[in-house]
Design a binder for this molecule. Sequence first.
Ligand code: DC
Length: 230
Amino acid sequence: MRKITIAIDGYSSTGKSTVAKHLAKDLGYVYVDTGAMYRAVTLYAIRKGYFGSADKNVEALVNDLPKINLKFVFNEGLGFSEIYLNGENVEKEIRTLNVSAFVSPVAEIQAVRVKLVEMQQEMGKEKGIVMDGRDIGTVVFPQAELKVFMTASPKARATRRYKELLDRGEQVTYQEVLENVESRDFIDSNREFSPLRKAEDAIEFDNSDIGLQDQFERLHGYALRLINKK
Ligand code: DC
């Protein structure tokens, strides 16, 4: 059976990673959450004091890039890979609202993007991969056989994200989450380098009113058709 590359892009909190993980597991493919990579670099910058409410030291972060080591390690129990920053499992810490607040400005830095895109292309060179992010179908793997662009209304996305954060015990208001979703949409779509946009040949998928199982079945159907194509 031939192996393909599956690129899933879209706005934040559209449920890209949930459906991408499920798809990878079913196909026996590797799953890579590229947002986790941008988040881990952001966590590094916050811890170093380079990024904070009053700070934005791009130069210091760029100088430190060679010192930032990222690795995905498969967790058998969970059934997916977790991200390690310089040897430390940071999977939980990168999902806090504090990291979300600074990740878009960090992801705007060209040197950060160059480093992470290179790593992503290396991870996917053998195909058999499902990668989700913002620029996978446009920049990382423009030749991907299957490209999906996920959207949902800001309110639907903020509602999902708010529930997730509450479940994790974070003290946040719905309004804060909605503002974060909207501000990340704006920065991600308007940045100078690799802005979030739909690749011309991507399938657009609005999942505001579609359940997870239904989303999975549709994407799985597209993938199998391509995998079995002679
Ligand atoms: O998918 P996510 O919400 O975890 O991504 C976090 C941020 O990282 C998002 O606001 C934009 C950025 N990002 C990016 O610029 N390019 C990617 N391929 C993935 C994420």
